[in-house]
Design a protein around this ligand. Structure first.
Ligand code: SF4
Ligand code: SF4
Length: 322
């Protein structure tokens, strides 16, 4: 019997999700034994034409990481969707737009102007920009075009499952691969991570007070962090209450507050809005100036609460349509 075929592809991505496959370590060997990789540009020399030559639905499972911004990424997402039985949005960027999605806080023209004209290290007196098409002596050269905004994978193609995280924790990847190989998959559309908040699996939960009122949020470098105590109870902005579990509280173990990369649980539609509501209610005062003082240590609220979810956030859409 032929082995199931698998693909792995990156779109607007930092490469961390691809690296996370290597974190399977010796567990990668049985995976490589059990499946045939038919597309995995990071590790193997397959080309787009190899994918085009496959029959529709011939790839058993394809993992796509990274968000979608360019015409090339969109084209690859559509092609891989057509060729795959199961398509998995792998990592925060494919799931909710992720870090590249923060670009949606700016319009495309300002991003290009910053990147190609304004950064201190740029020397571009002619204000040259990459052109989508140019004719040179040898023929015509083309570059992918950029869309006005960054999108999550399910905003451009149908997605069967989501494996969240930045990058997804190796235990979740392992469990997903086992479920695919055994055919024991949950209903389509499921996020393949426990559907409970991170606080529930955090070893510091016992020190999280039921009632907590904060006069000022602090940043990790400003205090000597107690390694046993709930970070929120120490005034650090930890998004554990508004974030899905599944990472075994890895950042908390390193004394770093949760930044929300596993996204929301199924009971929350907008993670950033939920986190703002939950943490805003912890501020002790109702006086405007005291609230402002409690928040003054949060220089980037959008980047703090919506770090991984601007493209899928309802608040962002409202802002975009305003
Ligand atoms: S989810 Fe995180 S690790 Fe994966 S591509 Fe995006 S930024 Fe990189
Ligand atoms: S708020 Fe953060 S540190 Fe506190 S219990 Fe929740 S995840 Fe753990």
């Amino acid at each position: 019997m032929s082995k199931p075929k698998a693909g792995f592809y990156w779109c607007a991505s930092c490469g961390g999700c691809e690296e996370s496959v290597v974190d399977l370590a010796e567990d990668l060997l049985p995976v490589v034994d059990a499946i045939d990789f038919v597309f995995f540009p990071l590790a193997m020399d397959f080309k787009r034409q190899d994918v085009e030559a496959l029959a529709d639905g011939e790839i058993t499972v394809c993992f796509i990481n990274g968000a979608i911004r360019s015409s090339e990424q969109l084209g690859m997402a559509e092609l891989l969707r057509r060729k795959s039985k199961i398509l998995i949005a792998y990592g925060s960027c494919a799931h909710q737009g992720g870090i590249p999605g923060l670009a949606n806080l700016y319009d495309l023209e300002s991003i290009l102007e910053t990147a190609f004209q304004q950064t201190p290290s740029t020397d571009n007196p002619g204000k040259t920009r990459p052109l989508p098409q140019i004719t040179v002596a040898g023929g015509k050269l083309t570059l992918p075009t950029l869309d006005e905004s960054v999108k999550s994978l399910d905003q451009v193609v149908e997605v069967d499952y989501y494996l969240p995280g930045c990058p997804p924790p190796v235990a979740l990847l392992k469990a997903a691969v086992q479920a695919i190989l055994s055919g024991n998959l949950p209903p389509r559309g499921t996020v393949l991570a426990p559907d409970k908040a991170l606080c529930k699996e955090c070893p510091r939960l016992d020190s999280k007070p039921d009632e907590l009122l904060i006069t000022q949020f602090k940043r990790p470098h400003e205090i000597e962090i107690d390694q046993q105590k709930c970070l929120l109870a120490q005034g650090l902005l930890c998004l554990g209450p508004a974030t899905r579990s599944g990472c075994q509280a890895a950042c908390i173990a390193g004394n770093m507050p949760c930044t929300g990369c596993l996204g929301p649980t199924s009971r929350t539609r907008d993670q950033g809005a939920a986190a703002m509501g939950a943490l805003g209610s912890l501020i002790e005062s109702t006086e405007e100036d005291q609230i402002a003082s409690a928040l003054e240590n949060l220089p980037d609220p959008a980047g703090t609460f919506f770090r991984y979810s601007v493209p899928t956030s309802m608040m962002f859409r409202k802002h975009q349509n305003a």
